[in-house]
Design a protein. Structure first.
Length: 395
């Protein structure tokens, strides 16, 4: 099978600059190639990477792109330009997976030789699905996303399936004795509360600070430490250095400096897996009601053995059941910070609860491992390109 995977305009593949979508589809592409399929990756040109190369069984085509911008209208303009640039570079294929906004509007009917069009809903629909025609499959990251897609375009209902998002479960679940440098100065008895992701206001990090202020004032808790890891700059999806400085200043008033660490963003899968494995309680208090599609970082943390504590967003309900494999709290409640803090306090005080939830979380997200996910996708792709059944011969 010939499969083309189109990435967005602002990050390269391999994912040297991060990006959950880029990382996921790069690894899926390698799974496809390992099974004998011909895979072409189209992504942004990047310093140090050739414009075209064959590597790890993947044919890379890198085109001129640009950085992600703060304003949506500018990103949509760049996506439109990028989509036409990609359109003329697409090879003949059986399947073309598209992670762009504008390209699916015309691809299916203007260039059918590019393959059956498959869309991945890596970002929440914002009206664009109304214009999509000639689509073979929509891969919805969650039931909530599927509902949004079908609301925008009811005609897509029969071809939209819920897939979740792939993760490298085997790597994340791998236990090693080597501690990364940042962990070597930590006290062994400390319980680590962590967040990995974009340092952005919509991730609920101010709410995290408010909850930790309550936790800090709660008596008779075991020693704990806060760990944040992720990009703050706008080009990588953060809210900017100003927001990071405000957040760290706020946190430094709550948590003493020796119990508070902000790590540089990690784009190495191996190093990032090590960060996850050293987090006991993983916080993801996102308030992005119309922004979160799944929660890749949450699933990755669960695979690494962390207990997730998440806001009550609909997208998390597909794989987190509060009290069974994690905890959730109502982020819209007037006392949201107190509810968040109560969840953290319960986990800090009860090691048996942490162990039980972590073990269940680890098992539950195994269905998203790349090998399992890729096998399901390939079966779906095979079905999409199969010729229609011949009509019975009338005698």
């Amino acid at each position: 099978m010939r499969i083309t995977i189109v990435h967005g305009f602002f990050l390269p593949v391999p994912p040297l600059g991060g990006g959950a979508t880029e990382k996921s589809w790069f690894n899926l592409g390698r799974e496809f190639a390992a099974q004998g399929h011909t895979v072409t990756m189209i992504s942004r040109r990047w310093r140090g990477l050739p414009n075209q190369e064959l590597s790890e069984g993947l044919q890379h085509v890198r085109l001129k792109g640009t950085d992600h911008r703060r304003h949506l209208w500018r990103n949509l303009l760049y996506d439109f330009i990028w989509s036409w640039r990609v359109f003329f570079a697409l090879p003949t294929a059986d399947i073309v997976v598209v992670n762009a906004v504008a390209l699916p509007i015309w691809l299916g009917w203007l260039k059918p030789r590019a393959g059956r069009v498959v869309l991945m809903t890596g970002r929440m629909p914002k009206g664009q699905y109304r214009f999509y025609r000639g689509i073979a499959r929509v891969l919805a990251a969650s039931d909530f996303v599927r509902t949004q897609v079908v609301t925008e375009n009811p005609a897509l209902a029969p071809i939209t399936r819920i897939y979740g998002y792939p993760i490298n479960w085997k790597l994340l679940n791998q236990q090693t004795n080597t501690a990364p440098p940042f962990i070597q100065n930590f006290a062994t008895e400390e319980i680590i509360i962590g967040f990995v992701g974009r340092i952005h206001a919509e991730k609920g990090l101010r709410l995290l600070a408010a909850a930790l202020e309550i936790v800090e004032q709660t008596p008779n808790l075991p020693p704990w430490r806060l760990l944040l890891c992720g990009p703050a700059d706008v080009a990588h999806g953060g809210s900017g250095v100003g927001f990071l400085n405000d957040l760290t200043n706020r946190l430094s008033q709550i948590v003493t400096p020796h119990r508070f660490n902000v790590l540089n963003p990690e784009f190495s899968e191996t190093t990032l897996a090590s960060v996850y494995r050293h987090i006991n309680i993983f916080c993801y208090p996102s308030i992005a009601e119309k922004g979160e599609t799944f929660g890749v970082a949450v699933a990755e943390a669960m695979a690494a053995g962390s207990v997730p504590v998440v806001s009550d967003l609909a997208c998390f309900k597909d794989f987190i059941r509060s009290g069974e494999n994690g905890l959730s709290f109502d982020h819209t409640a007037p006392d949201a910070a107190a509810r968040f803090a109560a969840a953290l306090v319960s986990l800090l005080r009860d090691p048996n609860l942490r162990s039980r939830l972590a073990a269940k979380a680890e098992r539950d997200v195994r269905i998203y491992d790349y090998a399992v996910y890729a096998a399901t996708l390939l079966a779906d792709f095979t079905e999409l390109i199969a010729p229609p059944e011949s009509a019975p011969t009338l005698l």
